[in-house]
Design a protein around this ligand. Structure first.
Ligand code: SF4
Length: 420
């Protein structure tokens, strides 16, 4: 039987261009998206390592942006099928930089356009990313009234000199203050972001950062190795020889040290860079990594729905100007493709401690081509025999050594889906 899901969610622009966008007809329950990501593009300053889409805020476009975002949210809301959202994540950029009046309008729109019952009862997860400097008690109180039950705080380091190297402008003391304010506002779940392998950082420095982070008692911690993304100021400074990047061996030691320290404090690695107490995992990110469906709003936001992937235009001016019955311009669209979907599922699933359902994965591979199945099996066997992957019941998961090279394993699995 032909699957008509695509017809419900994608329609062609009246101009006849082939660029698709989300339609407004209600989808079937099975096709409804239960997660939503919203991108707020403003930052007070561009951190030197950052390659997320953000612009330095001058407050002059917040009002226009919020109005545009509200129109987009109303347009895409029917794709949730009237069912309660399970996860909602507002990231950026620096969402906590948005003015209180704009937050009021945004939270009201979310309540009106989506079913937030699960956020209200605490079953669902509603996260807002915050910068410690701008997470004021007033904002956190307002967020709590809008059913926000989780904050993700960008700490990065508690060492002033390392923050300066990263060109992060917040003061280390503001992190505990902001976490305390979130708790006082009734936001019960908190996460911290840390970066390590910062130029000049020693293992002892990292240990002190971990001490400071653990002292705050959050249920979740993300710890990322500093990466040098193309086009960032950090990468330009590195190529000008302004500093020396951390040695590979030190990076590997830090990677292992983070996992050891956090696990002895009860925070277990559940994804290569993410650690949580039992039950404290980020459910929204799990939806990404398990390749569930999610809607997306805001410039540069990416969505995944009914097999389609797309990305909103990553430029604020074009985002503000695009105006097609509430929908925004899309710069990338990938229609459903079983081979691509399998590759993505393998790539993200192998980064999780829970691993992949091997039989389900091989059955999917077999449906596309027996050659792909054989190639995927070969990659898995190779890494299992080198003890980088391990079979746990019906699943295949990375070992601690496997996490260290998980990018390579993911790349090889993806390549295996090219066969046949
Ligand atoms: S605050 Fe976050 S999004 Fe903004 S520039 Fe810094 S790292 Fe990037």
């Amino acid at each position: 039987m032909q699957d008509h899901t695509e017809l419900r969610v994608i329609r062609q622009r009246p101009s006849g261009t082939s660029r698709p966008f989300l339609g407004s007809s209600p989808p079937l329950e099975s096709a409804a998206a239960r997660s939503l990501y919203i991108h707020i593009p403003f930052c007070s300053h561009k951190c030197h390592y950052c390659d997320f889409y953000s612009i330095v805020d001058t407050r002059d476009r917040q009002s226009r942006f919020t109005k545009r975002l509200i129109r987009e949210l109303r347009a895409i809301a029917p794709n949730a099928g009237g069912l309660p959202l399970r996860t909602l994540f507002i990231g950026g950029g620096t969402p906590s930089l948005l003015g209180l009046d704009h937050w009021e309008d945004l939270l009201e729109t979310l309540r009106e356009s989506f079913d937030l019952q699960e956020m209200r009862t605490g079953v669902g997860e509603f996260t807002v990313e915050c910068n410690p400097d701008t997470a004021t008690p007033e904002l956190l109180g307002l967020l709590r009234c809008g059913y926000v039950n989780r904050v993700s705080m960008g700490a990065q380091s508690f060492h002033a000199a390392h923050l300066r190297t990263l060109e992060r402008h917040h003061d280390p003391e503001s992190v505990p203050r902001a976490i305390e304010s979130a708790r006082a506002a009734g936001i019960g779940r908190q996460s911290l972001d840390l970066i390590y392998a910062i130029p000049g950082q020693t293992l002892a420095d990292l240990d002190r950062d971990l001490d400071s982070a653990l002292a705050l008692g959050t249920e979740h911690l993300s710890a990322y190795t500093l990466t040098y993304e193309p086009g960032t100021a950090m990468t330009a400074r590195l190529s000008r020889g302004e500093f020396v990047r951390a040695e590979e061996d030190l990076e590997a030691d830090m990677f292992e040290h983070v996992a050891r320290r956090l696990s002895s404090a009860g925070l277990i690695r559940y994804e290569v860079s993410n650690f949580a107490r039992p039950g404290g995992e980020c459910r929204h990110n799990m939806a990404y990594w398990r390749q569930d469906q999610w809607l997306a709003a805001g410039p540069s936001a990416s969505g995944h729905f009914a097999g389609h992937r797309w990305k909103n235009v990553p430029r604020l001016d074009e985002y503000l100007e695009s105006d097609d019955a509430g929908f925004v311009a899309i710069v990338e669209h990938e229609p459903p493709d079983a081979r691509r979907a399998l590759g993505e599922w393998l790539m993200t699933g192998v980064r999780l401690a829970e691993g992949l359902d091997l039989d389900a994965g091989l059955a999917r591979a077999d449906e596309i081509s027996p050659t792909i199945r054989a190639d995927v099996c070969r990659v898995i066997e190779r890494y299992a025999s080198s003890s980088h992957l391990v079979r746990i019941g019906a699943r295949i998961a990375p070992t601690e050594d496997g996490f260290l090279i998980v990018d390579r394993i993911a790349r090889d699995l993806l390549r295996a889906t090219d066969a046949g």
